[in-house]
Design a protein around this ligand. Structure first.
Ligand SMILES: Nc1ncnc2c1ncn2[C@@H]1O[C@H](COP(=O)(O)OP(=O)(O)OP(=O)(O)O)[C@@H](O)[C@H]1O
Ligand SMILES: [Mg+2]
Length: 306
C-alpha cells in the first residue's frame, strides 16, 4: 500500500473509531445459512428497542440483497449528504436511523456486482462517513456466512459488543450456525446468544404449531457449544405479511407468539446490557437482572426500579 493510501486508510480508521465511540452497543447479526431470518430479527429487535426508549441504528451490510429498507417500509429513502462528505441516515421513525446500499441504488432490479474489496470499502465508508450520532445500539445486518462483510465489521469496529447468531432448528442450518459460533470465537467477539427462528409454524386457523423445520435444534446447539440461548421465534403468516408490507409487526394489535418471542428477546438484550457495567454481556440470557446483580448499577432496569 502506498503511503498516501495508508494515510487515507488510517484517517478512515480514526473516523470509524470516533463514530463508534458514540454508540454504546454494536451488535452483528449473523447466520451460517441464508434465509433463516437475520433481517427479520434485525428490524423487529430494532423496533422493539426503540419502543423501549432506546435510540437504534441499523447498518445493512448485505450488499447483494439489501432487504432492511423494504422490511421497514422506507425503501424510497435517500441518504442525505448536503456537503458531499458526511452521509445522513434515513430515519423511518423517531429513534431509528438506517443505512443501506439500497438507498443509493434507485433501481431495485439492478444487481450489485461487486468483489470483496468493493464491499469492504462500502462498509467502512458507512461506518466512517455516516453521521450516526449518539446511539444506544447499532444493529448490523449481514448476509449469510463468515466472509468479507462479517470480517470487515469485526476488524473495523473497535469493541464490537458481540454477535447474535440466527438459525432455524433444521440440522443443516444448525450445522452452518456452528460455524458462526466458531467465527465469533476466532475473532474474539462475544456471542450474545443464538435465536432459533422459524421454530414451528403457528397455523393461522387453529393456532396449533407445526414443526416445519423441527423444534429445538438451535437450543440444543447452544447446550452443546456452551453459548447463551436467547429464545425461539415461531413462523407466523402475519409476521411475513408485515415484512412484505413494510409494517411494524411490533405494533400489530393482535396476539402473536412470534411477536411476544421477539419482544422477550429484545428485553433480555436490553436489560442484560443495561445492567452490566462496561461491556460485560454476562447478564444476557436472563429475562432481567436479579436485584442482587443490580447492586451498584445506575441503569433504569426493571429490577432496580422495584
Ligand atoms: N418467524 C417468521 N415467520 C414468518 N416468516 C418469517 C419468519 N422469519 C423470517 N420470515 C420470512 O422468511 C424470509 C427470510 O427471512 P429473512 O429475509 O429475515 O432472512 P435472512 O436470514 O435475512 O435472509 P438472507 O440470508 O437472504 O439475508 C422473509 O420473507 C421473512 O419475511
Ligand atoms: Mg437478510
Amino acid at each position: 500500500m502506498e503511503n498516501e493510501e495508508l494515510d487515507e486508510y488510517e484517517l478512515q480508521t480514526q473516523a470509524i473509531r470516533k463514530n463508534m465511540d458514540q454508540i454504546s452497543r454494536k451488535i452483528l447479526i449473523m447466520s451460517g445459512k441464508g434465509g433463516v431470518g437475520k433481517t427479520t430479527v434485525t428490524v423487529n429487535l430494532a423496533n422493539a428497542l426503540v419502543d423501549m426508549g432506546c435510540t437504534v441504528g441499523i447498518l445493512d451490510t448485505d450488499i447483494h440483497g439489501p432487504n432492511v429498507a423494504k422490511m421497514l417500509g422506507c425503501e424510497d429513502g435517500v441518504l442525505g449528504s448536503p456537503d458531499g462528505k458526511v452521509l445522513y441516515p434515513v430515519e423511518p421513525r423517531e429513534g431509528l436511523k438506517v443505512v443501506s446500499l439500497a438507498f443509493a441504488i434507485p433501481d431495485p432490479d439492478a444487481p450489485i456486482i461487486w468483489r470483496g474489496s468493493m464491499k469492504n470499502s462500502a462498509i467502512r465508508q458507512f461506518l466512517a462517513d455516516v453521521e450516526w450520532g449518539t446511539l444506544d445500539y447499532l444493529l448490523i445486518d449481514s448476509p449469510p456466512g463468515t466472509g468479507d462483510e462479517q470480517l470487515t465489521v469485526c476488524q473495523s469496529i473497535p469493541e464490537l459488543t458481540g454477535t447474535i447468531i440466527v438459525t432455524t432448528p433444521q440440522s443443516v442450518a444448525v450445522l452452518d450456525a456452528r460455524r458462526s459460533v466458531g467465527f465469533s470465537r476466532r475473532m474474539g467477539v462475544a456471542i450474545i446468544g443464538v435465536i432459533e427462528n422459524m421454530s414451528g409454524l403457528v397455523c393461522p386457523e387453529c393456532k396449533t404449531e407445526i414443526p416445519v423445520f423441527g423444534i429445538g435444534g438451535g437450543q440444543k446447539m447452544c447446550q452443546d457449544m456452551h453459548v447463551p440461548f436467547l429464545g425461539r421465534v415461531p413462523m407466523e403468516v402475519d409476521l411475513r405479511k408485515a415484512e412484505d408490507e413494510g409494517e411494524d409487526f411490533m405494533k400489530d394489535g393482535n396476539t402473536h407468539p412470534s411477536r411476544d418471542a421477539l419482544l422477550e428477546i429484545a428485553r433480555k438484550i436490553n436489560f442484560g446490557t443495561a445492567c452490566s457495567t462496561g461491556r460485560d454481556t454476562s447478564f444476557i440470557g436472563t429475562p432481567q437482572c436479579s436485584p442482587s446483580s443490580c447492586a451498584g448499577c445506575t441503569s433504569n432496569c426493571a429490577s432496580r426500579k422495584k
